[in-house]
Design a binder for this molecule. Structure first.
Ligand SMILES: *[C@@H]1O[C@H](CO)[C@@H](O)[C@H](O)[C@H]1NC(C)=O
Length: 434
């Protein structure tokens, strides 16, 4: 063999090996970081108010090629990765990481003053121009127990006050009558700790909290809304954080007072599970999107370390009216969860920002939603009316003076990577034209 051809062979071998090694390292890297939903969080953000966000790409770029691997062996922190024997390997498949993004018009977004803290799985209530932003995770190991207050007229964060000690820190059910805010159940503490049934009422005028009868069983992120003088609570996850609850309860309330001793059992919801939008308009109650299953505490973990479990995301729309029978309406343009505080009502339409959609079919990674959805209540039809500056879940959404606002949540890794990364406190707005 000549020196020349030997050189070529070596070069080829070297190249092949490098490519293989690089792909493997890449793959390993993806596997290790992909599920690490708490990679970073930061409370500070640049005072870049009024910058225009250039939207995330719609192009089907960012092709990922993943060889066969069993994601079920990867836990939340991605500690273990199993690569099957070569002989078991199926032919490689390729599918864009961003394939679930729907075509959407661009919106011009302005960045406004960030919330004092980043938060994930918080909750929000808007009363006139005042936006109350509740609790949530700062990071997986730290949860908030206060409310931040934003004023849409002065466009400033104007206040902060504590929540009761026994109140849950995330996955709350919230509803308001325009003065009083009802806060029901939720998760108490960081990581994947247990829920509490304790429930509270905030008088936003006096800033005083009072307690109300605990929910019959605690729930994570139950669908919650005031309807016909009663506080309705349904769905959510049961005590293990994963099992969907179908139960539906209500209790009579008026002007911040609970009028009954006990919760009443109502017609169960056809599908249980957490993280759904629950909205009352035109005397009808709507429950939109959500999921079955969620992260659970690792068995025996003293810190209730979160570990990933199977979850299925839905775009279902259920409605209750006079008949008190659940009716199914046209589903969202794609499955969407983590939207409990991500909606507003504008001109006879429901507007929903962001969320999470079904996991990537190949990588099994969680994928965030970046669309702004509109559900017209006159025609009962859905459309995609725009894109957010990035994909983000558990946004807290408000509407004031023609502007659609969203803050908080967990955003994507970038235009080509819809997996969750940074927990944010950023606040953005866009002028809405329906
Ligand atoms: C809502 O309707 C009013 C009256 O038709 C209109 O002036 C306004 O621009 C609409 N709002 C949005 C956000 O489209």
């Amino acid at each position: 063999m000549s020196k020349f051809s030997q050189h070529n062979i070596n070069k080829h071998t070297y190249k092949a090996r490098t490519v293989w090694t690089l792909s493997f390292l890449c793959f390993l890297g993806v596997a290790l970081i992909a599920d690490f939903m708490w990679a970073s969080s930061s409370s500070t953000s640049s005072p870049l108010y009024f910058s225009i966000a250039s939207n995330w790409a719609l192009e089907k770029s960012g092709i990922v090629i993943i060889s066969n691997f069993d994601s079920s062996t990867t836990d939340h922190q991605g500690e273990k990765v199993a690569v099957k024997d070569k002989k078991d390997q199926v032919p490689q498949r390729s599918l864009s990481a961003t394939f679930a993004d729907l075509p959407a018009p661009d919106l011009e977004w302005q960045q406004m003053p960030s919330a004092p803290v980043p938060r994930l799985d918080g909750a929000s209530i808007q009363i006139e121009n005042i936006f109350y932003v509740f609790s949530g995770y700062a990071s997986l190991d730290h949860v908030h127990s206060h409310v931040d207050v934003y004023d849409f007229t002065s466009n400033r964060w104007v206040d902060r006050f504590d929540t009761p000690k026994e109140m849950a820190n995330s996955h709350l059910g919230v509803a308001t009558d325009g003065r009083y805010i009802y806060v029901v159940s939720g998760q108490y503490g960081p990581q994947c700790r247990g829920p509490t049934a304790h429930s509270f009422i905030l008088d936003t005028v006096t800033r005083k909290w009072s307690s109300m009868p605990p929910l019959p069983s605690p729930r994570y992120a139950p669908a919650t809304q005031l309807w016909r003088g009663r506080l309705h609570v349904m769905g959510g996850s049961k005590e293990n954080r994963h099992t969907p609850g179908l139960e539906h309860w209500s209790i009579a309330v008026k002007d911040g007072k609970v009028l009954e001793k006990e919760w009443r059992t109502e017609i169960p919801i056809p599908r249980g599970g957490p993280h759904r939008a629950c909205i009352v308009i035109h005397d009808r109650l709507f429950v939109i999107g959500g999921q079955e299953g969620d992260f659970m505490a690792k068995p025996g973990s003293p810190i209730f370390k979160c570990s990933r479990r199977h979850e299925v995301v839905y775009g279902d729309v259920y409605m209750l009216d006079d008949e008190m029978k659940w009716k199914e309406l046209p589903p969202m343009p794609k499955p969407d969860s983590h939207i409990e505080s991500s909606w507003v009502i504008v001109n006879n339409s429901i507007i929903i920002t962001g969320g999470t959609t079904e996991k990537h079919p190949v990588t099994k990674r969680m994928m965030l939603t970046g669309e702004v959805f509109r559900f017209r209540l006159d025609t009962l039809t859905w459309s995609v009316i725009g894109k957010l500056p990035f994909r983000v879940k558990t946004t807290l959404t408000g509407f004031w003076d023609g502007w659609l606002y969203f803050t908080s949540g967990q955003r994507d890794r970038g235009p080509d990577n819809p997996q969750p990364k940074k927990v944010i406190g950023e606040l953005w707005r866009t002028k809405l034209h329906l």
